[in-house]
Design a protein around this ligand. Structure first.
Ligand SMILES: Nc1ncnc2c1ncn2[C@@H]1O[C@H](COP(=O)(O)OP(=O)(O)OP(=O)(O)O)[C@@H](O)[C@H]1O
Length: 465
């Protein structure tokens, strides 16, 4: 049955955009401004990671090696996503996959086999998720700070060029936060440990946790006395659900748990996101630093926790003023700008992909067609990280690789310069922006006493399908 046709979705025009996160999967159609569905990723990888005491670069690879059923799980899950949730036609359609640099090759190979061979997509585009939030800002330089489930990463792009030396990465993210919070809550609720389930922890992260501002942190954590006071102040969790009647949380846990992302240097266990950004800036050319610092883009689910944006900015300003290592960046103190996008942080990469997918033919540089996969590549997914993935730009002629001088580090060559005469144009598709604006106007206008249709008619506007 042609499901795409029956739902009125023109699969010739639009493509499916799929962001498989370790914790949450976002799926929708290109040119939309939000995903149609955000689903819990049911793959066993996610549950195995939750049981690990320590997460490192090889964790995902090892899990993939041990697990024989990943491909089968991906197939079942995607069947549910495409056919049951989104009612999409897959055969002969186009799909865009958001791929993270840290995804193991074996995972991508299994995913590709399922998409090309089982669902028979004719065109699969591979976008680099680490770079996509930049597209939502309309600028060609910035630092993407992704705080996801498995990891936290910082990715700099200056005038469309991704500098791999500036990329910072840590396997500390939502998974580690869950473990910390669970241990803390068990300590605070002796005798009621059985109620502290994964569901409760997820609820608490999304509904209760908050992040202190730098000023609040200085005040609350100044003395042992004030820390003790925070510990004594208890909040019952019965308001969240009757199931949690027996449980309570201290203010210290509510406001202090997120401090593990802004560690003040006491331990190796935690990270400081602001320091990762500053380390990244130190790796950039001096002339590029201001451009990057003016557009810091937080993304990933953990930036949905209230106060995270404000704290990141506060922590950046505090660190350049007070920490010797970063004092060289003091000139940037008033230039830091942490982007507070109109799109929620957890879908920012997805929205970036939706924008990028509007780039008509230019987007074909990210494409591997079914024919190529089956015939040219003999069923093996080829390298997808050529130049086009690193530049994320439009209409740019790719300069040839400079010759590698003997004894010179290969890494240096990765940052090639775009000739002045061939500066890439902005990647925004004006049509998308216009449609998006009109859609938003319509959305808000439906909340007024006038009908949406009347407002449309008065503006002579026909809703774009
Ligand atoms: N609305 C929210 N409010 C608060 N926290 C959230 C929210 N949504 C997600 N989170 C937290 O952020 C974490 C990461 O969410 P995200 O959507 O980035 O997951 P993901 O894309 O699967 O991660 P990864 O990029 O590592 O694959 C979740 O594990 C959850 O703890």
């Amino acid at each position: 049955m042609d499901l795409g046709a029956s739902t009125g979705i023109d699969m010739e025009e639009q493509m499916v955009i799929l962001d498989i996160g370790i914790d949450y999967t976002k799926v929708g159609l290109s040119k939309d401004s939000t995903p149609r569905q955000i689903l819990k990723t049911p793959l066993s990888i996610s549950s195995i990671i939750r049981l690990k005491d320590e997460i490192g670069p090889l964790t995902l690879v090892d899990i993939m090696k041990e697990s024989k059923k990943v491909k089968h799980e991906i197939h079942e899950f995607l069947y549910e996503v495409f056919i049951i949730h989104c009612l999409l036609k897959t055969k002969g359609s186009k799909i865009c996959i958001l791929e993270q640099l840290i995804f193991p090759r074996s995972f991508m190979q299994s995913l590709a086999e399922v998409l090309y061979l089982e669902f028979e997509f004719s065109k699969v585009y591979f976008f680099l998720a680490d770079l996509l939030p930049l597209y939502t800002t309309g600028l060609d330089s910035g630092i993407m700070v992704d705080c996801g489930f498995l990891h936290t990463s910082v990715t700099p792009v200056v005038q469309t060029i991704f500098t791999i030396k500036g990329k910072k990465h840590s396997y500390f993210g939502g998974a580690a936060l869950e473990q910390d919070l669970k241990a803390q809550m068990k300590l605070e609720n002796p005798g009621n440990e059985k109620y502290i389930t994964n569901t409760l922890i997820k609820d608490v992260i999304c509904k209760v946790l908050k992040t202190l501002s730098r000023k609040q942190f200085d005040a609350f954590f100044a003395t042992e006395e004030s820390i003790e006071k925070m510990k004594q102040k208890k909040y019952p969790l019965s308001e969240m659900s009757r199931r949690y009647e027996a449980l309570s949380m201290s203010y210290h846990t509510i406001a202090g748990t997120m401090e593990c992302f802004f560690d003040q240097g006491g331990t190796d266990q935690y990270i400081n996101i602001a320091h990762m950004v500053l380390d990244c800036l130190l790796e950039l050319e001096e002339s590029d630093r201001t451009l990057a610092a003016q557009n810091i883009i937080p993304s990933g689910g953990l930036f949905m926790i209230p106060g995270m944006h404000r704290r990141l900015l506060g922590e950046l300003q505090y660190s350049v003023e007070n920490i010797d290592k970063y004092k060289g960046l003091i000139g940037l103190k008033d230039k830091f700008r942490v982007e507070n996008s109109i799109y929620p942080a957890n879908i920012l990469a997805w929205v970036g992909a939706s924008l990028l997918s509007c780039l008509n033919e230019e987007v074909d540089m990210f494409l591997i067609s079914k024919g190529e996969f089956e015939k040219d590549c003999k069923g093996i997914l080829p390298d997808r990280f050529g130049h086009c993935f690193l530049t994320c730009s439009r209409n740019m002629e790719i300069p040839e690789d400079p010759p590698v001088e003997e004894g010179k580090e290969q890494l240096e060559d990765i940052k090639f310069k775009v000739p002045e005469t061939k500066r890439p144009e902005n990647y925004f598709n004006i049509q998308f922006e216009e449609m998006n604006k009109k859609r938003k106007e319509l959305l808000y206008s439906s909340a007024t006493p006038y009908s949406t249709r009347a407002i449309n008619r008065s503006k002579g506007f026909v809703f774009p399908r």
